[in-house]
Every structure is written in structure tokens, then in C-alpha cells.
Design a protein around this ligand. Structure first.
Ligand code: 3HC
Length: 340
């Protein structure tokens, strides 16, 4: 997408002294977008490569739990919608890998890091989808949490990432609505359907809260990424916003959030301008979070195996595309020589 002509990005030859850093920070504070050919601190570049590539990996790994239900969707309409949604996630991966490539890393390198287990991707995709209700709950809650986290990324200081996020967020909001629609259909359906969707909510609620990342006191990257305006809100702020937005939706659906300590607190300071109050909620099991992040969640091994198989099976497509590109380049070179 953006990467032609940027193959030497990352080899900047400039002095990263205090004057340069102050000037760079002033551009950020002035809300200027940083573009691929601009000089940037190495740490800024590396942070973006880390975050954007993790994000891209999350999108393509995220195709797997829902892909599991394409062949078993309950109606043709639901199947068409799910197919389109899973395809969208592949597209999001594509925009994000392309945005990361503008920073001087190749797609092959990023995929290698993922398949070798060296790169992180979102913890949420390491949970199984044993029932159709999970497809509703993923759309409603996982995509809902993703939107809460990703809307501010549309204003991220790095141009290619910010622009990719605009389209991604539009598509995510469709995903969230289709998930709410499935959830609502089940919640208003038979007793068995209602129980199925409640069971699914019970399994996904806490992992969804973990998606926002460790609490602010344990978030190693937030301070710097917020100074660089890559992130605009802390993990805890976004988690609180998500809980506050979601509880009334669950009440409307007649579903129970599995948290005995969930309670409206009119005096809670959630940092929102001119508004006070927010939900208190129970403690997140951070041991579970770190176990999953470190590769020991219920589906980590299956997810990486599936991606690894897809990479191997796609080798012939990559080879064919390369040969085709080489042939086309030769043809157009010959044509321009003839014309000269
Ligand atoms: N899963 C796995 N690792 C996580 C994590 C999660 N849910 N949350 C945090 N971590 C990791 C971080 O990557 C970091 O590790 P690293 O330094 O080795 O990279 C470590 O835990 C400490 O966390 P920090 O809070 O310091 O990390 P960040 O400042 O990077 O914040 C983040 C984490 C909020 C996820 C941020 O990176 C972010 O906003 N990323 C972009 C959005 C994204 O990647 N979302 C993933 C879901 S995509 C999705 O849901 C697809 C949709 O189709 C459903």
C-alpha cells in the first residue's frame, strides 16, 4: 500500500540529540502528523513497529475463532455476514502490515516473528468458540472493546497508522452491530438460547476486560506512547469507558454480567469532563492474563499452528505473485525501451 520507495526507511542518518528530540516533540505537541520519510527517534520508530505489528497479528489471528463458525452458521444470511466480517479482519491485517512496512520492517520479518512465538498478539484470541453465541458475544464485546481502544488511534501521531485506523474503525462498528444483533436474537429467544448466550457472556467478560492491557501501574509503554500521542488514553481509562458503556446494554438485553462487585458509583472519578460517576467492578485475574500473553492460554498453540499451516500452504501463491511481478516489470521495461 504505502511501501514502494520506502525500503530504506529506518536507516536515517541524523543526530538524535536534545535539539532534535525537542523539535520532534514540538511537532507532536502541535498535532502534526509524522510521515514515513520524516526523521524520527529510533525509539518512536521501534515502538510503532511493535504496536502496529502486534495489532496486525491480532487481526489475522482474530480471523480464526470466528472462522470456526462459518460452515456452521445457522442461516445463509448469518453465514454471508460472518464470511464478510472475517474477510474484513484479513483486510485490517493487510492495512496494518502495510503501515508497519513504512517504518522499514518487511512483512516476512513480522510474520516470522509471529510464527516463532516472538511477537505478541491480543490475548483475547486465545479463547475457544464452542457455541454459536460466542460469535454474537465476540462481535458485541470483543469488537466493542476494540473500537473503544481504536477510535483514539485514528488521531495517532503517525500518519499511515492513523489513516489505516479510520477505515478499520468504520468496519469494526459494523462488526459490533452484527454481534449485538446475534446476541439480541438469542437473548430474546427460547430459554435454551438465552442460557447459551448467558454462558458465552460468562466465559468472555473477563478476557474482554483484559484486552485493554495491564492496569496503568503495570503498563510499561503507556507513559511514553502517550507523550508521543500514539496512545491517547491509558489502558484503565479505556477499560472503565467500556464497562460504563456496556453495562446498560447488558441490562437492555436482560443478560447478567458475571461480576458480583459490579455497582454504579456516583462519586467515581473516571476523568470524564463535566461528568462524574462510573461502575465499580471486580478484580481482574492478572495471573491468567500474563499466562495467556506468555503462550499458555487455552488456544495459543492451536492459533499459531493454524497460522503456520496457512503460511506454508500459501507459499505457492507468494512465489507465483513474485514471478508474475517480475515478468510484468520486464514487459513494461521492454515497452518503455521500445518507446524511447
Ligand atoms: N494481549 C497481549 N499482550 C498485551 C495485551 C493484550 N491484550 N495488552 C498489553 N499487552 C502487552 C503489551 O504488548 C506490552 O508488551 P511489549 O512491551 O512486549 O509489547 C505489555 O503487555 C505491557 O502493556 P502496555 O500497556 O505497556 O502496552 P501498550 O502500551 O502497547 O498497550 C495495547 C497495549 C492497549 C493493546 C496497545 O498496544 C494498543 O492499543 N494496540 C493497538 C490495538 C490492538 O493491538 N488491539 C488488539 C486487538 S485487535 C482486535 O481486537 C481485532 C478486532 O478485529 C476484533
Amino acid at each position: 500500500m504505502y511501501t514502494q520507495g520506502l525500503l530504506n526507511a529506518g536507516t536515517d542518518d541524523f543526530v538524535e540529540d536534545d535539539a532534535f528530540l525537542a523539535k520532534f516533540q514540538a511537532r507532536i505537541d502541535n498535532e502534526e502528523k509524522i510521515e514515513p520519510n520524516d526523521d524520527m527517534p529510533k525509539a518512536y520508530r521501534n515502538t510503532l513497529i511493535r504496536q502496529i505489528s502486534q495489532h496486525a497479528h491480532s487481526e489475522i489471528i482474530g480471523m480464526l475463532p470466528e472462522g470456526n463458525w462459518i460452515s456452521r452458521s445457522p442461516t445463509l444470511r448469518r453465514k454471508k455476514i460472518l464470511l464478510a466480517k472475517v474477510q474484513d479482519e484479513g483486510g485490517h491485517g493487510l492495512y496494518l502490515y502495510a503501515a508497519a512496512e513504512t517504518l522499514g520492517i518487511s512483512r516476512e520479518e513480522m510474520i516470522e516473528q509471529l510464527l516463532a512465538g516472538k511477537a505478541k498478539y491480543s490475548s483475547i484470541f486465545n479463547y475457544p468458540t464452542p457455541s454459536w453465541a460466542d460469535i454474537g458475544i465476540i462481535g458485541w464485546l470483543v469488537d466493542g472493546a476494540a473500537i473503544m481502544n481504536q477510535i483514539p488511534l485514528c488521531r495517532c501521531s503517525y500518519g499511515p497508522y492513523a489513516r489505516a485506523m479510520v477505515r478499520i474503525c468504520k468496519e469494526e462498528s459494523f462488526h459490533q452491530r452484527q454481534g449485538f444483533d446475534i446476541t439480541q436474537t438469542l437473548a430474546k429467544g427460547s430459554a435454551v438460547q438465552k442460557q447459551m448466550v448467558q454462558d458465552s457472556l460468562n466465559r468472555w467478560w473477563w478476557p474482554v476486560l483484559m484486552m485493554f492491557g495491564p492496569s496503568d501501574s503495570d503498563s510499561t509503554n503507556s507513559d511514553q506512547t502517550m507523550r508521543w500521542r500514539i496512545k491517547r488514553f491509558t489502558n484503565d481509562t479505556l477499560r472503565q469507558k467500556f464497562v460504563d458503556a456496556t453495562v446498560p446494554q447488558a441490562e437492555f438485553l436482560g443478560l447478567t454480567i458475571p461480576d458480583d462487585r459490579l455497582k454504579w458509583n456516583p462519586n467515581k472519578n473516571t476523568g470524564k469532563n463535566n461528568m462524574s460517576g462510573g461502575y465499580d467492578f471486580g478484580a481482574i485475574d492478572w495471573d491468567e492474563f500474563w499466562r495467556v500473553v506468555k503462550g499458555d492460554g487455552p488456544m495459543n498453540r492451536d492459533r499459531l499452528k493454524a497460522r503456520s499451516n496457512a503460511w506454508d500452504k500459501g507459499a505457492w501463491v507468494r512465489e507465483a505473485a513474485l514471478v508474475h511481478a517480475q515478468k510484468s516489470a520486464k514487459k513494461s521495461q521492454a515497452a518503455s525501451q521500445k518507446a524511447a
